[in-house]
Design a binder for this molecule. Structure first.
Ligand code: THU
Length: 133
């Protein structure tokens, strides 16, 4: 699957967003080596801190289907932002644990902007399991 196709999947996932509080819908899509795509959208709650981001829902969706870190090829996310939508800090921490460090992360908006990065760039000096030893 091409990178821009995965971005389209993230835009599709965005339509599943439950965001009655922020009215800010985000979609995300994880592509695996076998070509499977796992979607996620943000899901909010009246108890605001319980809101869950699209990226984490997509990654957890993949893991709940037996996918492991090394099975993952790339992640795309999309929202109606001015520039490419950037993952929040909590999602960066989760990505650093659950995605390969060099997996492309495609940050997109609805106007056709797409910026490619990876978690090494987004979260340098990440806390990891090594710090627990
Ligand atoms: N949100 C995401 O889903 N991903 C991000 O990377 C940024 C924020 C969601 C959380 C909340 O539902 C809404 O966007 C506003 O912050």
């Amino acid at each position: 699957m091409e990178k821009l196709e995965l971005v389209e999947k993230a835009k599709e996932a965005r339509k599943l967003s439950y965001s009655p509080y922020s009215h800010f819908a985000v979609g995300a899509a994880v592509l695996t080596k076998s070509g499977e795509v796992f979607l996620g959208a943000n899901v909010e709650n009246s108890s605001y801190p319980l809101c869950m981001c699209a990226e984490r829902n997509a990654i957890y969706n993949a893991y709940m289907h037996g996918i492991k870190k090394d099975d993952i090829v790339m992640l795309a996310l999309a929202a109606d932002t001015e520039g490419p939508c950037s993952p929040c800090g909590a999602c960066r921490q989760v990505i650093s644990e659950l995605l390969p460090s060099d997996a492309p992360i495609l940050m997109a908006n609805l106007k056709g902007k797409v910026q490619e990065t990876n978690i090494k760039e987004l979260l340098p000096f990440a806390f990891s399991e090594d710090d627990l030893k």
